[in-house]
Design a protein around this ligand. Structure first.
Ligand code: 5GP
Length: 364
């Protein structure tokens, strides 16, 4: 098994519907086509297109939502996404998703999240620990390098911690954003750890979401923000001043933004393939990963939308290693350091540290 697949990894920036398998998306689209609800021939072309600009990506998301937003599809996608990450030795996954209403299907934001939880319970190929303070601590150490251990020990099962982040879509109103935060609070006992702000960065105003984000933080929810996906200096300053626990992307930062980011030490979720595909960075060699890595700024490699961008976390590690000339040891350390930025308690962090330590012994 390639080292980037076999080593334990931590995924902190994965959008549920963006991580859908191509085969599932085509399946669901075909089923709607058969019912005459969409024109499948048009949709197939959009799904199979590879190099999309950022605005085309958001058009695809609108399509994905038409195809996926019913309870059983959400449950299926959740189950498959967790299985896919676990199969490449992701041992801790933060999955983010935007709770959606769909009146025609009797879907509320709450029932949407319940369908996601149903998906977590439906996973059968791996053990999923998602309820805080119950199934934990789970001993993950025997689950890694599973090819080898599976062979020696027929009943070794992979295990994965999962936490959920509820996303506020930038198209939403203050009230809708607040509804998502209230739901997150209610669902905390089922593993909802925090709030994400995402959606088309060309849409909406920071001031709209601020009350809900402030309330989330006051109530002890973690907050991560998509920040600097387009050039918007004022918003980037406002976001950094808010001091979220993490930010995603940071592509269109100027000197003063970097200074502020570095002095505040806010960890950055880096999504290499996504940034290249959406043309948010000019070339991979020019990616800000290099500067942040050299400055020892906290960062974590992530997929963003493994389905939409046809990638995997192992692939992101491989790209970083080959592009920036980093060895397996450095990549292992990078992966292990991500533990410090997860939205979970010290018990989980300690289990993960042990997992990495035992994997390190097997790798040497
Ligand atoms: P969902 O929340 O439906 O599970 O996942 C898809 C949604 O995540 C998209 O509709 C969009 O709101 C958000 N999303 C996915 N990828 C990106 C990205 O690269 N940037 C931003 N800003 N939002 C994204």
């Amino acid at each position: 098994m390639e080292w980037c697949v076999s080593m334990p990894k931590i995924e902190l920036h994965a959008h549920l519907n963006g991580s859908i398998r191509d085969s599932t998306l085509l399946d669901l689209a075909r089923a709607l086509g058969d019912k005459g609800l969409i024109d499948f021939s048009q949709v197939e072309h959009v799904i199979l297109k590879n190099d999309r600009s950022l605005s085309e990506v958001f058009k695809l998301f609108d399509l994905i939502h038409i195809v996926t937003t019913d309870h059983s599809s959400i449950t299926r996608i959740t189950k498959e996404v967790v299985e896919d990450f676990a199969s490449e030795n992701v041992v801790y996954l933060e999955l983010r998703t935007t709770p959606k209403k769909n009146d025609s299907l009797g879907m509320s934001k709450r029932s949407y999240v319940e369908a996601v939880l149903e998906g977590l319970r439906a996973v059968s190929s791996v053990d999923v620990a998602f309820i805080p303070n119950s199934e934990e601590p789970v001993n993950l150490s025997s689950t890694l390098l599973s090819d080898a251990s599976d062979k020696c020990n027929g009943n070794t099962r992979k295990k994965i911690f999962v936490r959920l982040l509820l996303s506020i879509d930038r198209r939403e109103t203050t009230e809708a954003a607040m509804e998502t935060v209230m739901l997150a609070l209610e669902m905390r006992r089922f593993g909802v750890a925090g709030i994400d702000l995402s959606g088309n960065p060309a849409v909406g105003e920071w001031i709209t979401y601020l009350p809900a984000l402030m309330f989330a933080r006051q109530q002890g929810l973690y907050v991560t923000l998509h920040c600097g996906e387009v050039s918007n200096s004022k918003e980037i300053h406002n976001m950094l001043d808010f001091l979220p626990q993490r930010i995603g992307h940071a592509c269109f930062f100027e000197e003063e933004h970097w200074r502020k980011l570095k002095s505040s030490n806010i960890p950055v979720e880096i999504c290499l393939t996504s940034n290249i595909r959406t043309l948010s960075v000019p070339t991979i060699d020019a990616h800000h990963f290099v500067d942040l890595y050299n400055a020892k700024h906290p960062l974590v490699l992530c997929t963003d939308d493994s389905g939409v961008f046809s990638t995997s976390l192992s692939n992101e590690y491989k790209i970083a290693a080959s592009t920036f000339g980093l060895g397996q040891k450095e990549m292992f350390e990078l992966s292990k350091n991500s533990i410090e930025f997860i939205f979970a308690d010290d018990v989980v962090k300690e289990v993960l540290r042990k997992t990495f330590d035992s994997a390190a012994k097997s790798l040497t």
